[in-house]
Design a protein around this ligand. Structure first.
Ligand code: SF4
Length: 252
């Protein structure tokens, strides 16, 4: 059993495969909360702080999530969706933290089926969960966008950087790359030192940096600083296309 918060066809807006038409499955729940990312929301009159997908992280929203108990139902739904689309697009499994469910039977059955269908799956993960690749070999054929959180997430380093889980993903999966969400303040202070520390664990991976910003109103405050940071350090700049085009609208 796992929770889905939304599923929709769109274009990947971030990272190495930005611009690629993709079908998104967003799971519910996360093992981090990232209060430093600047999104504020209210639950029963209480102000809470989180990331731009707080609705897929905070269990206060669980009543709005769909429980997936039967892999067949979701696979049939996906098959219908792909027929309407007219081809089998990439599938992006995001969250929340999708790897919380990696060893769930229903979840794994769907991942395995997508791989057998010849579909490229990209997991967008915070990289803190260690996968047993021997027991669940379908993950060897998946791409992992490692969105490792930095100090600006507001999470302690011991919680957001798990070297063994990161090395495991780098060593056993088909493809991994690093994707950091940074802001102007971090660019001017600790960003390069923090990224270099992580690259000591994962020296082979390409680095993508994208600006913090959950809306058009906020992303412009950080984009230029991140752009120039990438030029200086030979990193790849990643924009956030869905925010540029759709602003804060969910499910696009
Ligand atoms: S790890 Fe990702 S999904 Fe989870 S709280 Fe942090 S930014 Fe949000």
């Amino acid at each position: 059993m796992f929770y889905l918060t939304e599923q929709f066809f769109s274009i990947q807006g971030e990272g190495k495969y930005a611009g690629v038409p993709s079908y998104f499955l967003r799971t519910g729940g996360c093992n981090l909360s990232c209060p430093g990312f600047g999104a504020t929301y209210e639950v029963d009159g209480e102000v809470r702080y989180g990331c731009d997908t707080y609705f897929a992280v905070d269990s206060a929203y669980a009543r709005q999530w769909s429980r997936v108990d039967d892999s067949t139902v979701l696979m049939e739904k996906l098959q219908q969706e792909f027929e309407i689309i007219g081809y089998k697009p990439d599938v992006v499994i995001t969250g929340g933290e999708p790897l919380m469910y990696y060893n769930d039977k229903t979840f794994y059955t769907i991942v395995n089926w997508l791989i057998e269908e010849g579909i490229r799956i990209t997991f967008e993960t915070n990289g803190t969960i260690e996968i047993d690749f021997d027991k669940f070999p379908a993950y060897k054929n998946c791409v992992f966008a490692l969105s490792i959180k930095l100090a600006n997430s507001g999470e302690p380093a011991s919680k957001r950087i798990v070297p063994q889980a990161l090395k495991n993903l780098q060593n056993y999966s088909k493809e991994t790359f690093l994707k950091f969400t940074i802001d102007k303040n971090l660019v001017e202070t600790t960003a390069i030192d923090e990224i270099n520390e992580i690259r000591k664990i994962l020296p082979r991976l390409e680095v993508f940096c994208m600006p913090v910003g959950e809306s058009r109103d906020t992303i412009w405050k950080n984009d230029r600083a991140v752009f120039e940071f990438c030029m200086k350090h030979n990193f790849r700049y990643s924009d956030r296309l869905h925010i540029r085009v759709f602003d804060t609208t969910q499910g696009v």
